[in-house]
Design a protein. Structure first.
Length: 166
């Protein structure tokens, strides 16, 4: 079995017992989520900062269907969910990747019950999905600064501009 595959879970139900065991062992579980379509410096910095807030980082990953439902672009996701999950799981500071197909990660957050819920500072903590669940269980909802100038949409635009010049 490929080592990264042991860090990937296909549903909240599959991962819930792991999260419960980590919490019971006293591990401070941190949760974040996203599409992570093209992994870039902004993602790496964000995930490292999130992991620094606890003992285990769980990344909720949108399935291909949920990315398409967000209507970011007709071409998205650029990479399939298996590729995106494997790439994230290969990062040393990511402890688990859990796929979710719902419009929001609410059910996954309810299953994980993280001590810390993290998003980028382009969100207000109170507006983050899962805020009520996490704070009701004594957890924190925090934001971390994003690296300016990095984003998948911007990278795709740069690639397209380069191709147009060719």
């Amino acid at each position: 079995m490929i080592a990264t595959a042991t860090k990937i879970y296909l549903s909240a139900d599959a991962f819930a017992p792991v999260a419960a065991a980590w919490r019971a062992a006293g591990r401070r579980v941190v949760f974040t989520n996203g599409c992570f379509d093209l992994l870039h410096l902004g993602h790496v910095d964000y995930l490292e900062r999130a992991r620094a807030l606890g003992d285990a980082l769980v990344v909720g990953l949108n399935t291909d269907a949920s990315v398409r439902a967000q209507q970011k672009s007709p071409e998205r996701p650029l990479q399939d969910e298996v590729s995106r999950a494997r790439i994230l799981a290969a990062l040393a500071f990511v402890d688990a990747v859990v796929l979710f197909g719902e419009p929001t990660p609410k059910a996954l957050i309810d299953a994980v019950l993280p001590a810390v819920l993290v998003k980028g500072d382009d969100y207000a903590p109170e507006s983050i999905v899962g805020y009520d669940t996490v704070t009701a269980h004594g957890g924190q909802v925090l934001t971390v600064p994003l690296v300016p100038g990095y984003g998948t949409t911007r990278i795709v635009e740069k690639i397209r501009a380069g191709l147009a010049r060719s």
